[in-house]
Design a protein around this ligand. Structure first.
Ligand code: IMP
Length: 430
């Protein structure tokens, strides 16, 4: 069997949790490969809405085992809260169902304090991070000063490491940012309580994944964030600190490219982003409000993790082609097509104009991105409510045309279309 990878094709929040949920019923393992609790995945089953940040969305199914892979950064407090929340909702999140890589890195109170201090220092240039300590935890990983999850099963080493870590971060917090220092004893005490709980979840994750592959098991790698937030391929520096792309799935789980069968790019039928940085097709005023929703529904465009209203814009196929190239997408899942019902006309960005020249690639430099003007194609809208469509033939002609247009201009077939938040509100093109 093989690994199928789910990646976000835009700036995150594309509905990856929703697509993972659709595919998870038939797989043996669902694994998160990058990011931490900056992610927010919403899965709606009947009346119940599950909001997950760290634990793979596959946990709400009975069958798959879930793995938090080596490429992730984990706040033990958040993980324990999430496990408790699932148990309260009747979901088994015991070590039998959920595994945590010994090589995942820990997020501490000091990382969170640093994230806040750095963002405050950036002022008007702030990245708009989720303030969850993600950047500082990955910085420690790459500077080879990080704290790996394996420490959770060695209480003395954990305490020693936390004292050294907090001591070092206190110097920066006090001397560089003029902030209060943290009490290392308090941080160590809190973490040792979580360590007791989480130690039974630890595994040698790449061996776990390889054994599964050898036993012919099917693995779904669940992405967080999106291609445009990738540290290398996104809108740097307005990105996250990890690799939410297909390459990140390989290193983030410890598998080679030969094991990969499908790479499914999830894209919203329009575009959203949270935080700062360029968004070439951004809309303002009433059209933006209409796409965003009022915030009354869990699927409206307000951050699952931070509650921030998302910036919204028309679909950008320059971005989709970029995502197709970076990730080697084999197919697209198009989400929230139903939100476009009722518009007379829908615009889709097909290229950019940069200093009088038409370009059809996504420029890597912020200076260029800030100057690009979207070139739009105008497509006819459809008045019909499409939330009960289940086959392609149920969609109105213009909605089908929209889907075909997305596939043609991104050069990737659209295989899954979501037309509502519920599990069954899906059109498959098999
Ligand atoms: P960080 O990952 O908290 O460092 O935030 C860096 C950037 O990535 C900010 O613009 C965040 O809004 C964005 N970001 C991080 N995680 C997500 C996500 O799950 N969805 C959408 N944006 C995200």
């Amino acid at each position: 069997m093989a690994v199928d990878i789910i990646v976000g094709a835009q700036w995150g929040d594309e509905g990856k949790g929703r697509i993972t949920d659709l595919l998870a019923a038939d797989v043996d393992i669902v694994a998160r490969y990058s990011g931490g609790d900056n992610a927010g995945h919403t899965v709606t089953i009947g009346e119940v809405v599950f909001k997950l940040h760290l634990i793979p969305s596959g946990i709400v199914h009975d069958r798959p085992t879930c793995l938090i892979g080596n490429g992730t950064v984990v706040n033990p407090a958040v993980l324990c809260q999430e496990i408790d929340g699932l148990l309260r909702q009747g979901v088994d999140a015991s070590p039998r169902r959920l595994k945590l890589s010994r090589q995942a890195h820990l997020i501490t109170a000091a990382h969170i304090a640093l994230d806040k201090a750095r963002e405050a220092r950036r002022g008007g240039e702030a990245i708009g991070t989720t303030l969850r300590g993600i950047g500082p935890a990955y910085t420690d990983k790459t500077s080879r000063e990080g704290l790996r999850a394996a420490l959770l099963e060695d209480p003395q080493s954990l305490t020693d490491a936390i004292f050294a870590h907090v001591g070092q971060k206190n110097e920066v917090l006090q001397n560089v940012f003029g902030q209060q220092s943290l009490d290392p004893g308090k941080v160590a005490l809190e973490l040792s309580a979580y360590a007791n709980r989480l130690a039974p979840y630890l595994v040698e994750s790449s061996a776990f994944v390889h054994e599964a592959l050898q036993a012919n098991k099917h693995i779904l790698a669940e992405g967080a964030q999106g291609t445009l937030l990738d540290l290398d391929h996104g809108t740097y520096p307005f990105v996250t600190s990890s690799h939410p792309t297909a390459g990140g799935a390989l290193t983030g789980l410890g598998v080679g490219p030969g094991a990969v069968s499908r790479v499914i790019g999830v894209a919203k039928a329009f575009t959203t982003r949270v935080g700062g940085g360029p968004l070439p097709t951004e809309l303002q005023g009433p059209p933006a409000d209409r796409l965003r929703g009022t915030g009354e529904n869990p699927w409206d465009e307000y951050g699952t993790t931070t509650g921030r209203p998302r910036r919204v814009g028309w679909l950008d196929t320059v971005i989709l082609r970029h995502a197709a190239r970076i990730n080697g997408l084999t197919e697209l899942a198009l989400t929230k097509l139903d939100i476009l019902s009722g518009w007379d006309e829908i615009k889709v960005c097909v290229a950019y104009e940069l200093e009088g020249q038409r370009i059809d690639y996504f420029p890597s430099e912020l200076k260029s991105l800030e100057k690009v003007q979207p070139v739009y194609e105008r497509l006819g809208g459809w008045p019909e409510d499409i939330t009960s469509a289940r086959r392609l033939s149920d969609l109105p002609r213009n909605a089908r045309r929209y889907v075909d247009f997305v596939a043609e201009s991104s050069k990737v077939p659209v295989k899954i279309i979501s037309v509502g938040p519920a599990r069954q509100q899906v059109v498959w093109d098999r």
